[in-house]
Design a protein around this ligand. Sequence first.
Ligand SMILES: CC(C)(COP(=O)(O)OP(=O)(O)OC[C@H]1O[C@@H](n2cnc3c(N)ncnc32)[C@H](O)[C@@H]1OP(=O)(O)O)[C@@H](O)C(=O)NCCC(=O)NCCS
Length: 168
Amino acid sequence: MAINEDTPSGGNTPNGGKTPSGQTIQPMTASDIDAILEIEQKSFPKPWTRGMFESELRNHVSSAYTIKTSGGGKERIVAYIVYWMAHGEAHILNIAVDPAHRRQGLARTLLEVSLERMRVHLIYEVFLEVRVSNAAARGLYNAFGFKESYERKGYYGDEDAIVMRLEM
Ligand SMILES: CC(C)(COP(=O)(O)OP(=O)(O)OC[C@H]1O[C@@H](n2cnc3c(N)ncnc32)[C@H](O)[C@@H]1OP(=O)(O)O)[C@@H](O)C(=O)NCCC(=O)NCCS
């Protein structure tokens, strides 16, 4: 079951839900999880489990979207994002891009579309945690104007987190 039946494309991506390079942004569904777990394992020291994604798909405050490419007549997931929206606040829980497709603007596209959707839902602040050592993600969030608020010691067990906040 998709978390949200509305696609983020409406009004957000002028090309009918397609990114500038032709990928499509779609709500995440249970049938996407196998492909997502492969990217997850290549992306994080402590990857999410299948159960964690399934739980987000059931959670009514959760939104989850994928970017898919089509090559050779087959669609393939290359990026995804998961976030919560509640009481005017949003929390980005997960964002990852297949290593073979990084530095092509996919995370930027996912964030742009997600922040636009959050604005439509009258979200006024967005939070996330990031590993202190994660220069790529910190660079991405800084580029969107997220500010580093404070550190959560031992948040990841093996590393501290920086809590970042964006005022909308
Ligand atoms: C972080 C991540 C999602 C970025 O995805 P991406 O699609 O490669 O990022 P984009 O191409 O959209 O980059 C957008 C901007 O982010 C910043 N950025 C992205 N990768 C970066 C890197 N390796 N180093 C420094 N800045 C980087 C840059 O400002 C970049 O803009 P530019 O290319 O014009 O310089 C990707 O590296 C990833 O999946 N990492 C593993 C999972 C992860 O750490 N997720 C975040 C958890 S908090």
